[in-house]
Design a binder for this molecule. Structure first.
Ligand SMILES: Cc1cc2nc3c(=O)[nH]c(=O)nc-3n(C[C@H](O)[C@H](O)[C@H](O)COP(=O)(O)O)c2cc1C
Length: 182
C-alpha cells in the first residue's frame, strides 16, 4: 500500500508503528502523554505497553499517586504523542483515558517484571518535595498500580519528506481519514 498518497493507508501505517513500538521494547515505545491539569497542560514520558487496533486502545501503566491519575480522573481527555524516525512520522492519538486499578489491573500487574514494580510505590510519592537527592525509598506497592487504556477517538498524522509533507486526521465519529494541510 502506498501510505504516502493514501490517507487510509497512512492511518494503518500509524497503528502498525504503535503496535510494533509496544511490542518491540525499543525507545519508540516512549510517548509523551499530555493531560489537562488545574494549572494548564502537562506532558511527561510514558512507556506504551500495548496497542490494540481493533479496540482502538493504547495502554500504559502508572503510579496512582502520580499527578496524571487525579488529572485523568478530573478530565479523562488526553493525548499520546509519538515520533517514529524510520517513517519520519508524527502520530498524535487523542482520546479518553479509562483507569483500571485493584483487581481490574491484576492482569497488567502480573506482566510487570519484579524490578519494574518499584516504579509503583515508595515514599514519598513521585513529585513530592524531598530534603536531598536520595531522601526517598522505593518499594513495590500493588495498591498503587494503575493500568490506563486510552480509547482513541482521533489520530492526527504528520509525515515528513523533502519533496512535500503529508498531514491527515482520522476521527472516530466520522470513521474517516481526511487530508489536512501539512
Ligand atoms: C523513559 C521514561 C519512561 C517513563 N515511563 C513511565 C510510565 O510508563 N508510566 C509513568 O507513570 N511514568 C513514566 N515515566 C515517568 C514520568 O515521565 C513522570 O516523571 C512520572 O510519571 C510523574 O509524572 P506525573 O506526576 O506528571 O504524573 C517515565 C519516564 C521516563 C524518562
Amino acid at each position: 500500500m502506498d501510505w504516502w498518497n493514501d490517507a487510509d493507508a497512512l492511518l494503518e501505517r500509524s497503528w502498525e508503528c504503535m503496535v510494533r513500538a509496544a511490542e518491540d521494547g525499543t525507545a519508540h515505545r516512549f510517548a509523551a502523554l499530555a493531560t489537562i491539569g488545574a494549572e494548564g497542560p502537562e506532558a511527561r514520558t510514558v512507556a506504551l505497553r500495548a496497542a490494540d487496533r481493533k479496540a482502538r486502545t493504547l495502554s500504559f501503566t502508572a503510579d496512582i499517586l502520580s499527578r496524571k491519575i487525579p488529572q485523568l480522573r478530573a478530565d479523562p481527555r488526553a493525548e499520546l504523542l509519538f515520533w517514529f524516525p524510520d517513517e519520519t512520522l508524527q502520530v498524535r492519538a487523542r482520546g479518553r483515558a479509562l483507569i483500571r486499578e485493584g483487581p481490574e489491573a491484576e492482569h497488567a500487574w502480573r506482566r510487570v517484571p519484579n524490578a519494574s514494580r518499584l516504579n509503583f510505590g515508595g515514599h514519598p510519592a513521585t513529585g513530592r518535595a524531598i530534603s536531598g537527592p536520595d531522601a526517598f525509598s522505593k518499594f513495590p506497592e500493588r495498591d498503587r498500580f494503575a493500568a490506563i487504556d486510552l480509547l482513541v477517538d482521533a489520530v492526527d498524522m504528520v509525515a515528513l519528506r523533502a519533496d512535500g509533507h503529508r498531514r491527515a486526521l482520522w476521527r472516530a465519529d466520522s470513521g474517516r481519514v481526511a487530508w489536512l494541510a501539512p
